[in-house]
Design a binder for this molecule. Sequence first.
Ligand SMILES: [Zn+2]
Length: 160
Amino acid sequence: MRLVELGRLTRLTWKGGAEEWSLAKAPLLGVTPDGRRLAIVYVKPGTKLAQATPSERAHYTKLHWGKLGLGDVRAGEIAGGPWTELGPGIAITYTTRKLGDGEPVDYEHVWGDIGGGKTKPRWTPPRIKRHDCGERGCPDRGRLAIVGGSYRVTSHGIVG
Ligand SMILES: [Zn+2]
């Protein structure tokens, strides 16, 4: 799957639970180039990320309000099934570092929130799932996925 990197996934909240990661241990949050699907990308510590292509870099820059950044999630792994459904997604936070100054910036999105306490009509939240095969040595053990939902990722970030 081709993905553009949004940043590090540092917090994910669903109805009934949440998971938080330190910046050093956080998985990457990627998005498909059409902006329709978020993907959680797990990278083993010490993995050297490949260089982003110019088009990935341009797309990343567009998604970060013109900031220059490296978008590369190709060295990671996306968990597969079997899944346990945890619940509808409520909010997501991803963290990026601006090149040069190294200052991390958090972007939080509450799904379905259009401001003033209102929810978008005919909106569906993504569903949060956790890999659950029951095998103790499984590399996907505990990993999460964001499935479905009517949000889009645009130059304004996650919308809907
Ligand atoms: Zn497994």
